[in-house]
Design a binder for this molecule. Structure first.
Ligand code: SF4
Ligand code: SF4
Length: 105
């Protein structure tokens, strides 16, 4: 079920970054906290382990962090609570003041 949720999140992310960029920017501006580098990059979508070529498994870092090579989906992650991958929902160091951030989608 979780991997199905991640597929939905993947599609939602693409949709928001393409058609609802204003929402993304507004929500990110209200985001609090910081990345704890808990390594949310290797994730599973429908039983496929997604391995990014920019991920360094040795020190669990992103080789393109905060550079212009970083994909938009990573740069703005997480742009709201619903954007967080299920596996990392409770670990992520980012949060919003309003408990129910995000729209109704
Ligand atoms: S680009 Fe960086 S942050 Fe994005 S998935 Fe790859 S390693 Fe992770
Ligand atoms: S889950 Fe959140 S805190 Fe952890 S690595 Fe990903 S963005 Fe950073």
């Amino acid at each position: 079920m979780r991997t199905l949720n991640n597929l939905w999140k993947f599609i939602r992310t693409r949709y928001y970054l393409t058609f609802k960029m204003n929402y993304v920017l507004k929500s990110v501006s209200k985001r609090r906290g910081r990345c704890k580098r808990c390594s949310c990059c290797p994730l599973t979508i429908l039983n496929f382990k997604y391995k990014c070529k920019n991920y360094n498994p040795i020190d669990k870092s992103c080789l393109v962090y905060n550079t212009d090579k970083m994909p938009k989906s990573c740069f703005y992650y997480p742009f709201d609570e619903k954007n967080k991958w299920d596996e990392f929902k409770d670990k992520c160091g980012f949060w919003w003041e309003e408990r129910n951030s995000g729209d109704k989608c």
